[in-house]
Design a protein around this ligand. Structure first.
Ligand SMILES: Cc1cc2nc3c(=O)[nH]c(=O)nc-3n(C[C@H](O)[C@H](O)[C@H](O)COP(=O)(O)OP(=O)(O)OC[C@H]3O[C@@H](n4cnc5c(N)ncnc54)[C@H](O)[C@@H]3O)c2cc1C
Length: 592
């Protein structure tokens, strides 16, 4: 946040094409539609465009979109776009192609290669006539996605915090995961200071006001959230933030439902959409904010229908809206701590002590990363040490050295995201290879990126830093040697563990805690001497308790992908309906 927004130049859209007529027509098209809000810059050579991008970077001018024809006389468009990223890592970058150009093998290869390497976000068809809406649809999507993350003045929610305040990180993470846009200002920038002065006037509680007074000491763990027409929130809890945003954190007057969904990650959201769309009265309870693990994914590329990929936060925000318009009741920031049955009702107890009942329950509680358990690093959680890929932190780590522990797809994706800003990103892998844990397309991308390194047979054993993480100690697992390295960020993405400890014993789980369903649940009950006297046929996602279903990552044997979680969440509702319609077996029949 170096310049007040009033003094900033308009963000730029840069277009490069060596055909003067085509360049002129694209420039005209862009100017007519976006000229009021963006500076349109057109260049005939990639060399000239690179020099302009460099100057813009030096002058602190942001660039929203860069478009380039691939077949240029100097540097090929795809290569130029790869270079463009160095100066403007957040700009959307696309190859410009003519209609049917993808039928040409060389052009198709250039697009696929640049996509695979992460050098472009997508390709754009050149406008075929004035007002070509297909061209503008892609442009508008690019600008929307860019502005969502990079245009603070367009956001209604503003957060002021010390850069390395843990509470500040948690709040930003909460918004980022659920796809709610916000602007972030550090306490030492001009806007941050102005906002804190406003807060001092507006906050009524004396104790909270006094917290604002040591805002400028770098160590103060301070975060202030501003929402339109609300008193600023000083160091608010997750629940206070959720309430102020207008979302429910308590079960309302209605306590009895057809189905209760526990967890609002992709599986729980899909179940909520399907159940509500089938007319079932649905309550969805989430212990944090919506999104689950998917909310922390910077770019999901393997989910059907999003050829450019979609950020996890965007996907879950859309899913939440969809469930809401079908009538799902949501309760956020409450965990379900207990589940039992009374007659033909399942009863869930929430962390605030309240209860709700339903004829069927869908468990969709997912998994979470295992903690490192190293006290020095636990102390720095949120101040340089992050569990999962904290998309909200990438800009704060610009030009810093960052480490990621883990060799799965999520670690690979995080590396690709963080390398845009960080000076170096190092993946620390306990084993000797990534072949089994990471998809080929990610390994391939990582190989091509100059500032990502991989250290095999390595583990982190210690860390230090007073106000924020400064150093970690890495141990070579073969020689036992340790060495300290400077590190501003450590992302831990190891050993997913299902959220199932709270479930009653009579819901069968495997040795790792994943819930057994369908034939696995039936077999587990039979092993314990349970006889299927009433002929209850376990449905595929049904646990060993009739009417209690499990879907997504927490289910034994689940593929652990967004698409499969969504698929299971959708399909399970047919089984819930069949159960409710039949409701043959008394709920308690399956208890041993
Ligand atoms: C960084 C990252 C990147 C990823 N990238 C991809 C990708 O590109 N493609 C892909 O296919 N997959 C990807 N994945 C995996 C994918 O996100 C998961 O498979 C998917 O989110 C699983 O969905 P789920 O709903 O089963 O569980 P989760 O997403 O884990 O959601 C479970 C939810 O339940 C809530 N919960 C837990 N316990 C309780 C309780 N007791 N009461 C109430 N609520 C509770 C949690 O807070 C959470 O919100 C990625 C994962 C991560 C972490």
């Amino acid at each position: 946040m170096s310049l007040p927004h009033s003094k900033m130049r308009a963000p730029a859209i840069v277009v490069v094409d060596n055909d003067p007529e085509e360049l002129a027509s694209i420039e005209e098209e862009l100017t007519r539609r976006y000229g009021e809000d963006y500076e349109i810059v057109a260049k005939r050579s990639t060399t000239a465009a690179l020099m302009t991008l460099k100057k813009m970077h030096e002058a602190n001018q942001t660039v929203a979109v860069v478009l380039a024809e691939h077949w240029m006389e100097d540097l090929a468009g795809a290569e130029f776009l790869a270079h463009a990223r160095r100066h403007h890592p957040d700009a959307k970058r696309a190859l410009l192609v003519k209609w049917r150009a993808w039928a040409d093998r060389n052009t198709a290869a250039a697009i696929l290669n640049a996509m695979a390497l992460g050098n472009i976000d997508y390709y754009v068809l050149k406008p075929s006539r004035a007002g070509d809406e297909l061209f503008h649809r892609t442009m508008s999507e690019f600008l929307h996605e860019w502005a969502r993350l990079n245009r603070p003045e367009s956001k209604e929610i503003r957060i002021v915090a010390n850069q390395w305040s843990r509470r500040g990180h948690e709040i930003r993470d909460q918004f980022a995961r659920s796809g709610v846009p916000y602007a972030f200002y550090t306490t030492d920038c001009e806007e941050g200071r102005d906002l804190l002065r406003d807060a001092h006037e507006l906050v009524k509680d004396d104790q909270k006001r006094s917290l604002l007074e040591d805002a400028d000491t770098r160590r103060a763990d301070l975060a202030v959230v501003y929402m339109p027409d609300e008193e600023p929130l000083v160091n608010p809890s997750e629940e206070e933030v959720t309430k102020a945003y207008g979302l429910a954190t308590e079960v309302g007057e209605r306590r009895d439902f057809d189905v209760i969904v526990i967890g609002a990650g992709p599986a729980g959201l899909a179940a909520s959409v399907s159940a509500s769309s089938e007319g079932l009265r649905t309550l969805t309870i989430e212990r944090a904010s919506i999104g689950g693990q998917a909310g922390s994914s910077s770019l999901i590329r393997n989910y059907l229908g999003f050829s450019r990929g979609v950020s996890g936060a965007e996907l879950v925000q859309r899913a939440y809206q969809q469930a809401w318009v079908f009538g799902t009741n949501f309760v956020l920031t409450r965990s379900v701590d207990e589940l039992h049955t009374e007659g033909n009702r399942h009863v869930v107890r929430l962390s605030d002590g309240s209860e709700a009942t339903a004829r069927a329950v869908i468990l969709a509680t997912g998994v979470a990363y295992r903690r490192l358990g190293i006290p020095s690093l636990e102390d720095l959680h949120g101040r340089g040490v992050f569990y999962g890929a904290s998309v909200s932190e990438s800009q704060a780590l610009a030009r810093e050295d960052v480490y990621i522990i883990g060799g799965g797809n999520s670690a690979g994706q995080a590396a690709m995201h963080l390398c845009r800003h960080a000076r170096s990103v190092t993946l620390l892998i306990r084993g000797s290879s990534l072949a089994e844990s990471m998809s080929y397309y990610l390994r391939d991308q990582i190989d091509q990126v100059r500032n990502i390194d991989i250290e095999f047979r390595a583990e982190v054993v210690d860390g230090e830093g007073e106000d924020r993480l400064r150093r970690i100690t890495i141990r070579d697992r073969d020689t036992g040697e340790t060495r300290p390295v400077s590190a501003a960020g450590l992302f831990v993405m190891i050993g997913a563990r299902p959220h199932t400890d709270w479930l009653p014993d009579w819901i069968e789980r495997d040795d790792w805690g994943y819930v057994k369903t369908g034939p696995d649940a039936k077999a587990a009950k039979q092993e314990k001497g349970f006889t299927d006297q009433d002929g209850h046929d376990f449905q595929m996602f049904e646990t060993c308790v009739p009417g209690v279903f499990a879907v997504g990552d927490m289910r034994h044997g689940a593929p652990k992908r967004v698409a499969s979680a969504v698929g299971e969440g959708s399909v399970v509702v047919r089984q819930v309906l069949a159960y409710i319609e039949g409701e043959s077996a008394p709920v308690e029949a399956a208890r041993t």
